[in-house]
Design a protein around this ligand. Sequence first.
Ligand code: URA
Length: 206
Amino acid sequence: MKLPEDVIKRAEQNIEPFDTEGFVLGKGPVPAEIMMIGEAPGENEVYDGEPFTGRAGKELDKQLSYLGWTRDDVYITSVVRSRPYKWEKKSGGEEVRKANRKPNKKEVKAHAELLDVQIEEANPRVILLLGGVAYQRLIDEKGKISEVIGEKLETPLLRYDQDNDTYVKTERSYTVIPLYHPAAVFYNPSIRESIYESLDRLQSYL
Ligand code: URA
């Protein structure tokens, strides 16, 4: 995807003050029939320069193949393009290492313009939100994704208004389906059945 250089540069500069590393833009066909928006890259993704190449990516691939899709059928990106990390002690020792963490609101804002431009450029027919960070960024700042998983929403998106430092609703509506983040099943294996139910529902809408 060709994006304006100044938008990328601003995103890179905006994220500099935070504990993040790398920059993963996204991957897939443009224009995209389907756009998937995750949270932020992790260690593997930053190393590979591609979204979802680590453990969550393997889970995502299983879900794509359940739907009969491949990565070439979807444009995949995330709310934040750099890997947010925290320093963590290795168990039992003094040695520290970088661990992945969820992006905070300031980091989300640092890359908000880039995501808005990227959605416009991809111009997808359907947007799939993978997890709560994407849902809160684009639909409802305080909302709970668990209440709308697998539902087909015809809804405006939240766009970042730089002049007023706030998010505003777009005039047009988009078709959006919130889904579990592929990594959610690692923390809560009991949701596996409802993940596949949500994919069945998704399949029935498309
Ligand atoms: N989680 C995401 O949201 N994106 C990735 O690329 C990897 C993990």
